[in-house]
Each structure stands twice: as C-alpha cells, then as structure tokens.
Design a protein around this ligand. Structure first.
Ligand code: FE2
Ligand code: FE2
Length: 253
C-alpha cells in the first residue's frame, strides 16, 4: 500500500498563512454598500463556515489518538492547526466585516446559528461530535469517522459552500477582497485535508456495506445548505463525492 503520509505534513508546513494578517479595510467599507440579498447570502455562508470550522477544529484530537501510524497522527495534528486558523479567520470576517454582534466567537455563533438550516447545524454540532466520541471510546472506526469528516463534511458540504462563496463574491456589486483571499487560502488547505482523508479511506479497503451509507450520507449532506448553495453546485459536490468513492476502488453501480 502506498501511504507516504509525510508528504501531507511537508505540504501543510509549506502552505501556512496568518489569518490575522489579512486586511479587511476595503471589505469593511464595501459591506454596507451591498444589497440586502447579496449580504444575506454571503452572511449565511459565513455563518455556515463559522459553525463548521469551529466544530471540526475541536474534534481532531480523538482522530489523532486513534491513529496507529505516527505520520498519520502528524497529519491530523497539522490539520488541526489549519482548522483552528480557519475558525479564527471566519470569526474575524463575522465580527470585523459583517459586524455580527457578540463579545466573543461563542456569542457570535449563537447569533449565526439562526442563519443556516438545522440540518447543517446538526451535521457539525451533533453528528460529528457523536462520531468523534465513539472514536475516542473504542479507538476503532477511524475509517468511518474519516469518511464522515473528510469525505462528507469537508469533501461535500464545505466544498460546495466554498465554491458557492467564491461564486457569490465574484458577483457582488462591491468587492470583498480580504474575504476572498482568505476563502481561497482555506480552500487550498482543504484540498490536502480531503486528499489525506481519501488516502486513509483508500488504504482501509472498505466493503460495499461501509461505502453505501457513506454514499447516501454524502448525497443527503450536499443539500444541507438549502438556498444558500445553488442546486447545481450541491449536485456537483455530490458527484465529486461519488467519483472519490469510485476512486477508492469500490464498485457501487
Ligand atoms: Fe477547515
Ligand atoms: Fe479541513
């Protein structure tokens, strides 16, 4: 089996960036000039990213502890560093660009939850913690947990949202260059996270019984953004998910 997990760790090191260095001066000026529909859509997507990144950044510890290979554990550690940075970036956007009220990130999350579907919140704040807790208890089921985290939450839900965000930013009547720069950098990090997770699932040699639920979950999760992500973009993310699963060597048609 070809693993080469050290490549992901080296790649992650080379891609480091500082969310605090992103300049939002132009974004802050542009935000009040946006139309109501424009700002509602962008804020809804930001809300989803705040909820998602805050949740995923808190659960990689049990993945790291369940890893049998030191390099795999190092990958989870490097990924956790990225996810914490993503959470800080989107919270900065919420607070400094969109002026979401709240004394801290947790208080802002309380405001932002109302802006996304209950399905999206449940995926990140119920399903992911439950999976991570099971993983922490028995240290088995790492592949199933990676299937949910890396392949469905990152590979379908977040990817669909990030692409919809870039598309929305392109069409705004007033540009948000700092937000755009950060979203591009997040997307760059997520590519190696998804590649790493796919490699792990690939190495586990999943059977049909394990792939079917992963396939169904990916298909259902693609719609979790509701109106915030156009149906075509959600379907595209679901199709990429099916292709990734096909790429891990499993036949399901
Ligand atoms: Fe992330
Ligand atoms: Fe990620």
């Amino acid at each position: 089996m070809f693993t080469n997990y050290d490549t992901f760790v080296i790649l992650a090191e080379s891609l480091q960036w500082d969310e605090a260095a992103i300049d939002f001066a132009a974004d802050r000026q542009a935000w009040p000039a946006l139309g109501d529909t424009e700002s509602a859509r962008v804020l809804g997507l930001i809300a989803g990213f705040c909820i998602a990144e805050s949740a995923v950044s808190g659960h990689l510890g049990s993945f790291q502890a369940a890893a049998e290979d030191d390099w795999v554990a190092a990958c989870f550690r490097a990924q956790a560093r990225d996810e914490h940075r993503h959470a800080r970036f989107f919270d900065r956007v919420a607070a400094e660009v969109a002026a979401v009220p709240g004394a801290d990130a947790a208080a802002r999350l309380d405001v932002l939850r109302a802006l996304v579907s209950p399905e999206l919140v449940a995926l990140f704040e119920e399903r992911l913690p439950a999976t991570a807790m099971r993983l922490a208890e028995d240290r088995e089921g790492l592949t199933t947990a990676v299937g949910l985290y890396h392949m469905v939450l990152e590979g379908v839900v977040l990817l669909a949202g990030q692409n919809a965000m870039l598309d929305a930013l392109d069409r705004l009547s007033a540009g948000l260059p700092g937000v755009r720069r950060g979203v591009e950098l997040v997307l760059r990090d997520e590519r190696w996270h998804i590649g790493f997770g796919t490699r792990l699932v690939q190495g586990a040699g999943l059977g049909h019984d394990e792939v079917e639920p992963l396939l169904a979950l990916g298909q259902a999760a693609a719609g979790a953004w509701g109106d915030l992500v156009p149906p075509g973009a959600a379907e595209r993310a679901a199709r990429i998910h099916r292709n990734r699963l096909r790429g891990v060597g499993v036949t399901f048609f």
